[in-house]
Design a binder for this molecule. Structure first.
Ligand SMILES: [Zn+2]
Length: 301
């Protein structure tokens, strides 16, 4: 009778020690900081994720029915398929209202038509190396290098919107990563089709670009509304046509309409971009038309 009692006592002691240490004495795997290692191998029935829970792994999967971590753009939907009844997208509710401005800088180029193309986002002025933050909670779908966007991150949000962050000098995240609003997803830069360091920021719904200024006040660093109504009006720019020169200033301007000379700039290209003339630029800056511009030189527009 004594031996079994001793064994029971020994096992009870071992269990007590292991419970206090928070570890399993019979677990000989090396310790790891990976939180996934703490997931038990055998789940109780009530711990098995339900179908509803799995939707959390791929935001707005019911809308997109796909999760492509290579193809940047989701095939655009036909806006004519939009019913007259508007669809309301929640930007901010009791569960999540964490909008964070991706970068606090001046918008140097708004959404809209340009001479030869359509600008599907807003450009925010920054310096290479400045931290770029996620605008909303979500999951990284794209984190890669593209010839046009340069280093680009695309985050899909549970309300169906996707936000794009382009021309980054460095990407800090990887596809599949859960992101909270304000997380630094990369550093600003000048990669891809870009003239001067800036952040190109896009908001899309089912692949179709939405003017970010329809939902965000970039000067006040806040959302304009808790909801976004998606209807044909949201995409009226497509109906109007994409042509039409827009003389909005698009380029790297700093406070007081000062432009910093970049590689490839000339008085004529700057004058064209800002809708001014070479003679006006010369007059304002005490230059001659033959003056050779230096990289980094600041001139008044
Ligand atoms: Zn842009």
């Amino acid at each position: 009778m004594k031996k079994p009692f001793s064994l029971i006592l020994l096992f009870s002691l071992l269990r007590l020690v292991s419970a206090n240490a928070g570890t399993n004495l019979f677990d000989f795997t090396s310790p790891s900081l990976d939180p996934t290692d703490t997931v038990p191998y055998f789940l109780n029935e009530e711990d098995v994720p339900s179908y509803h829970d799995t939707l959390g792994f791929s935001p707005a999967f019911d809308l997109y029915s796909e999760w492509d971590t290579d193809k940047i753009h989701y095939t655009k939907f036909d806006i004519n398929s939009l019913k007259d009844s508007s669809k309301k997208i929640t930007l901010c509710d009791s569960n999540s209202c964490g909008y964070v401005q991706p970068f606090l800088g001046k918008v140097t180029c708004p959404f809209g038509p340009r001479r030869r193309y359509y600008h599907y986002g807003v450009d925010i002025d920054l310096e290479t190396g400045d931290a770029v933050a996620a605008a909303f909670d979500g999951k990284v779908r794209i984190a890669k290098k593209s010839s046009s966007y340069g280093n680009v991150v695309v985050i899909r949000h549970s309300n169906g919107l996707e936000t794009y962050y382009a021309h980054l000098s460095k990407i800090n995240v990887e596809a599949g990563q859960e992101i909270f609003a304000g997380d630094v997803i990369g550093l600003g830069g000048n990669t891809g089709h870009s003239r001067g360091s800036h952040l190109h920021f896009e908001v899309r719904y089912l692949g179709q670009p939405i003017n970010p200024a329809d939902i965000i006040s970039f000067t006040e660093d806040k959302l304009l509304s808790d909801t976004l109504v998606v209807n044909k009006q949201t995409f009226k720019y497509l109906v109007k046509g994409k042509k039409g020169a827009n003389t909005e200033n698009c380029g790297k301007l700093i406070a007081g309409n000062i432009y910093v000379i970049k590689k490839g700039d000339s008085l004529s290209t700057i004058a064209k971009r800002y809708g001014t003339s070479i003679s006006s630029l010369c007059k304002k800056n005490g230059l001659k038309t033959t003056t050779i511009l230096r990289l980094g030189q600041k001139i008044k527009i």
